[in-house]
Design a protein around this ligand. Sequence first.
Ligand code: NZQ
Ligand code: ZN
Length: 388
Amino acid sequence: MKNFHYHMPVDLFFGEGQLAQLAPQMKRFGSRVLLVYGGGSIKRNGLYQKIMDIFAEEHISHWELAGVEPNPHLTTVVRGVELCREHNIELILAVGGGSSIDCAKVIAGSVHYNGNPWDIVLDSKLCTSALPLGVVLTLSATGSEMDPMAVITNTDLNLKYGTGSPLFIPKFSILDPTFTYTVPASQTAAGTADIMSHVFESYFTLNDGAYLINRLAEGILQTCIHYAPIAMKEPDNYEARANLMWASSQAINGLLKNGKTTPWSVHAMEHALSAYFDVTHGVGLAILTPVWMEYILNDDTVQMFAEYGWNVWHLDRTADKWDIARAAIAKTSEFFASLDIPMTLRELNIPEDMLETMAKNAPKGGDTIHGVVPLHWTDVLEIYKKAY
Ligand code: NZQ
Ligand code: ZN
């Protein structure tokens, strides 16, 4: 196991009724708030009104940045920065899934920066101070509620890049699983694929000696496999929603990379797709993941995939490890398909003649993704073709 430093300073309130913490938490930071949310789900399910009631009772002044798009655009970040400056905002409150939270993070980090927020996406060290950020989570997927990362799409350049800074970490996050009861089955499936992909990206490493962390990772994967079908069939099953919600945070809050070198691969390949096309992040990941596993299966990685098959899918420990590795990859694909996720890029209406352009964009600013098995852009193109 490698040395590590772990510090994840989020005040996290988990469970039904925790919205009662919103006012006391906000008041730690001020009473002029920018509310950041998406396309209206919080209005339809009543959460917006609950928050308005709290603002009124507590005399909190608020301004709104509504309509944050899935795969949030740089232009929306810029609008948010302008609102913060114009109204002397003291706290940003993101209510939604990863898109609203990520948008709010880069707004928070850009308010005091004298330049284009895209500079900060490219180089987060340019962010030297940020407005405080609070979160009310409505979708279990990205883990943005408990991590320092944000992913922003520049539609002028067709680039979707992740960025990260300790300054982006939410000061507080409220995780009430009942707020996810209205998440449609398709988003529940995509969110689960995203959680599992975050685990895979950290889990699949070679000879790291991180036994404990790998067993925790397997526990999160089994939680997703167990509860996603239940949450899709019974959207208001508290136990299922609660377990998926906590899995979302634990998969990417740093826990699973402690003591490991975790070079991510599949996210870079997915982000290159959703930079061009309105691909749901988790769907892109579900399509690419089994193909990537198959592509990197070799003498060095076979043991890693066999252990995944034994420990997560409970496959036969006496069988040949190559057979188990292949069976585990097949199980992964079958599981995503069982959640009704479309399993080819063709079904997402991505034109085949765009694959090469996207493959060249996948390694951020280079020609190779330095994952557990390095992938030159030509390898990415092969993976896209196999996934088509
Ligand atoms: O926009 P609204 O109307 O709110 O509807 C959203 C949206 O259409 C809907 N939704 C959310 N909560 C709901 C709900 N519908 C009904 N009831 C609810 N309670 O779900 C749709 C998707 O929302 P979005 O926020 O886009 O989804 P997600 O949380 O999956 O976020 C995706 C974005 O996060 C990035 C992705 O790349 C993508 O841009 N990621 C961020 C990460 C991070 N910050 O660490 C890591 C991830 O790997 C990921 O890259
Ligand atoms: Zn993800």
